[in-house]
Ligand binder design. Sequence first.
Ligand code: IP8
Length: 251
Amino acid sequence: MTIVLKLGGSVITEKDRPETLDGRALDETADAIAEALADGTVEDIVLVHGGGSFGHHHANEFGVSTTAGSHAVDAVHAIHGAMTTLNRFVLQRLLDRDVPAVPVAPFSAAYRSGDGALTLPTGQVETLLGEGFVPVLHGDIVAHVGAGVTVVSGDELVVELADRLGADRVGLCSAVPGVLDGNDAVIERIESHEDVASVLGDSDTTDVTGGMSSKVRALLALDGPASIFDLDGLTAFLAGERPGTTVDGER
Ligand code: IP8
């Protein structure tokens, strides 16, 4: 049973304050993952974390997004550097709880072709999993033919990993308890983007990768169902339940 779990940047960082961790939330997240691994509820898990106030802050400053590229070497170092800093924080909280977490940096492995299509080799992730490690990837920048570098979001990585690894379960731990309707109630199930187009606005903080609308679009492209939930739903998700919103593009 392989799980791909994304820890949203807005969960583990304070999204409105540049390069600020939400230490309490990250501790809670690491506790839940460590407990699920320790009691055997979870065996193979790949983690991906978003950019939050680390990556998005710098990407915004340099005008880099998933489609708008840059050839500035400063942009590469600022954005990738901030993401590896955040990755080290995430790894450390997991290591403190005896989770065998190891970094996998998309910048060194992935790239986009001229039409923006992402190529992400996953052999190293698969091998690390097989050898008992917990690979921890993160939103990053990647080489992009004709554009320099562009951002790759954690959501894109989750979709690629889930597909390539044949993940049994996919979860996005986000800042909200699921996809919300106009009355702030959690929508239990989404089967197409049209179902929810009118209620999916853009993210209200600095987010160069598009907010909830693009998350739902990305998850609809998966073969199986995926869950969007918040920190309160994380333990339930790890235990095999479907908290929050289930996004299932297969009819
Ligand atoms: O927060 C974006 O990842 P996301 C990463 O998953 C960067 O969209 C570098 C902004």
